[in-house]
Design a protein around this ligand. Structure first.
Ligand code: ATP
Ligand code: MG
Length: 304
């Protein structure tokens, strides 16, 4: 806005579209003020799902939202998936993989690809993307500084799929304190030095609980939890903890949505105030969720 436009945001009856745009922008900013104040200094864990990484413009919008959250004083921490990209590389290398309980059954050949794609390619693309829009991020995986200690999931029923045995968040605390945005891929090691593939939703939930996050936001490729996956009008906007269990038991929640809802349950039980499952295909979904009155997607809270 140039200095001569200073008085332009007065009435709505202006015929100049630029002046109108300015006044919209100013009122949007003003609506965001209480939220900016609420989240200043608070941690927000964002699980950036592989399914929400499909297109370049959307990716850039996500990076800008994360950078904006950081510049207004919130502390975003990003945990990412990368399912579609892992699938592409497995296909190129002619390695079959199977999903069970929403988790990728992982043998050592698959594990190598998962580790390479997540920690090498996807992680660095996100770090680069966030840095390019003016914030500073640092990419690590669960092995670095023993951030995530793994153990086999379900007694090894899914091969090298791991669950989180422990979170050692000391490694990211200095980064957060200095204003860096940690970008975490959920590859982790056990106390025996075996590398495990941990579902990124699960990792995000445990990290959110360990660092005392205010919010856990899961960005994915669906509107939120739908009662009928073929009908967007069946979006559940607010679900309380006891109802989440029922949705899992009834099979309404299945596939990739299962680890999401389970990690929300665990994060809320460990003190995170609210968890949100939102549609990463909507431009600026993150800002809509954090900075507007209505929010989008599905919000999961405790009993209240
Ligand atoms: N009740 C439900 N409502 C909405 N989606 C559901 C439901 N039950 C299962 N799903 C499935 O869950 C999928 C989202 O999980 P998915 O694991 O595919 O994505 P992601 O976690 O964002 O990506 P990644 O695993 O790569 O990080 C949806 O695309 C949908 O197919
Ligand atoms: Mg998933």
């Amino acid at each position: 806005m140039g200095p001569n436009n200073f008085h332009s945001s007065m009435p709505n009856n202006s015929s100049n579209k630029y002046e109108n745009n300015d006044s919209i922008r100013v009122s949007v900013l003003s609506e965001a003020l209480p939220y900016i104040q609420k989240f200043a200094g608070r941690r927000i864990v964002i699980k950036y799902g592989g399914s929400a990484m499909s297109n370049k413009n959307l990716k850039e919008a996500v990076f800008r939202d994360i950078a904006l959250l950081s510049s207004v004083g919130a502390h975003p921490v990003v945990v990412h998936g990368g399912g579609p990209e892992i699938n592409q590389w497995l296909k190129k290398l002619e390695i079959d993989s199977e999903f069970r309980d929403g988790l990728r059954v992982t043998n050592s050949e698959t594990m190598d690809v998962v580790a390479m794609v997540l920690t090498g390619r996807v992680n660095k693309q996100i770090v680069n993307g966030i840095n390019n829009v003016g914030a500073s991020s640092v990419g690590i995986c669960g092995i670095d500084g023993r951030l995530l200690e793994a153990r086999p999931w379900g007694n090894g029923s899914h091969g090298l799929v791991g669950e989180v045995a422990k979170v050692n968040s000391e490694v990211i605390e200095p980064l957060i304190a200095k204003g860096y945005i940690p970008v975490i891929s959920s590859v982790a090691s056990s106390d025996k030095g075996v590398t495990y593939n941990i579902n990124a939703d699960t990792a995000a939930g445990e990290i959110a609980a360990a660092i005392g996050a205010e919010k856990l936001i899961l960005l994915t490729d669906t509107l939120g939890i739908l009662r009928d996956q073929n009908d967007p009008l069946t979006l559940l906007q607010h679900v309380r903890l006891p109802e989440v269990r029922e949705l899992i038991d009834q099979g309404v929640v299945n596939g990739g949505m299962t680890p999401k809802t389970e990690c929300c349950i665990r994060a809320l039980a460990q003190g995170v105030t609210a968890a949100h499952i939102i549609d990463g295909r909507i431009p600026h979904a993150l800002l809509l969720e954090v900075f507007t009155d209505k929010g989008i997607g599905t919000m999961i809270t405790g009993r209240g």
